[in-house]
Design a protein around this ligand. Structure first.
Ligand code: UDP
Length: 323
């Protein structure tokens, strides 16, 4: 019998590339589709040449054709950091709306299972804390984050419409702050910024007073959660994230300790609509999937820092050579 065949849109991105490696390891054939707007081939270069692995450069907002059978589509294509979706607002809206529509159409054509990567951003600046899946959110549609938040809300609605209207077998994962190797150094998120600043001995830039909270999940926990969600028959949205919540100040301190850096801390303006709190309620994932994260932040940082150290050294060497 041949291996199950999985398409991962956005598979050269941070989370997509981890999924590609994991699904290959589990005996699947994997097609990565990415237009490389924010993804990077170096995240998947170790997979080239492995049996069952294919890479296609394609923008999923246009018609998508994949020949042969497909069993599962993991739809992860989208800019996903505040800096990225502010730089690419229209592409972000298009991939969440048109791209999700195309990917769902392909799933219907192939009779494949479809999993949508959604986000804690659907809760906006939440008024309920921690956030359960039953919360409808507090999103500013015309703010700087609106392009991402509304695109993902539309994508969730579209996914459920295909489920209800066409009986497509669908899953929706709401992903909370996740970190690990294959993140871009300059994607503007707190973790890459703080680690790179700490490694370079530059001040860590805390936005606002740093009392806003986040909860950080290691990517290996997230990928396992996504695997469990696919094996389940839950079609409603499921939060996946690590419920250990901390202020951004505490987080910066943890990065300083983990890197052994003596960098100072500076305070900069808080970006528009920056959520004041964020913590996943993972009761549903615990009960339905028997899943919960295993990796606490200290361990996760120790796993992640060597990746950033290598990248920072390489990037700084290249910059030095250019001068
Ligand atoms: N942040 C910060 N300094 C940075 C980058 C981010 O203080 O250099 C803050 C940001 O304002 C937010 C939190 O860290 O409150 C997490 O930001 P991130 O971009 O990682 O993701 P978000 O959860 O906001 O989507």
């Amino acid at each position: 019998m041949s291996n199950p065949r999985v398409l991962i849109t956005g598979g050269a991105g941070f989370i997509g590339s981890h999924l590609a490696a994991y699904f290959l390891d589990k005996g699947n054939d994997v097609i990565v589709m990415d237009n490389l707007l924010t993804g990077d081939v170096s995240n998947i270069s170790h997979l080239f040449g492995k049996p069952g692995f294919e890479f296609v450069t394609h923008d999923v907002t246009g018609f998508v054709h994949v020949s042969g059978r497909l069993d599962t589509i993991l739809h992860f294509a989208s800019p996903a950091s505040p800096i990225d979706y502010q730089e690419f607002p229209i592409q972000t809206l298009k991939v969440g709306s048109l791209g999700t529509h195309k990917a769902l159409g392909l799933a219907r054509e192939k009779n494949a299972k479809f999993l949508l990567a959604s986000t804690s951003e659907v809760y906006g600046d939440p008024l309920i804390h921690p956030q359960p899946e039953s919360y409808w959110g507090n999103v500013n549609p015309v703010g700087l984050r609106g392009v991402y938040d509304e695109a993902k809300r539309f994508a969730e609605a579209m996914t459920l419409a295909y489920h209800r209207r066409h009986q497509l077998d669908t899953r929706i994962v709401r992903i909370f702050n996740t970190y690990g190797s294959n993140m871009r150094l300059n994607d503007g998120r707190a973790l890459p910024n703080f680690i790179c600043q700490a490694l370079r001995g530059e001040p860590l830039t805390i936005y606002g007073d740093g009392m806003q909270t986040r909860s950080f999940c290691h990517v290996s926990d997230l990928v396992e959660g996504i695997w469990c969600l696919l094996q389940s028959d839950e079609t409603g949205p499921v939060n996946l994230g690590n419920p250990t919540e901390m202020t951004i100040r505490e987080f910066a301190q943890q990065v300083l300790i983990a890197t052994g850096s003596e960098s100072a801390i500076t305070f900069e303006d808080l970006p528009e609509d920056d959520p004041k709190v964020r913590q996943p309620d993972i009761t549903r994932a615990r009960e339905l999937l028997g899943w919960q994260p295993k990796i606490e932040l200290t361990e996760g940082l120790a796993l992640t820092i060597p990746y950033f150290r290598d990248k920072v050294e390489k990037t700084d060497r290249e910059v030095a050579i250019e001068f």
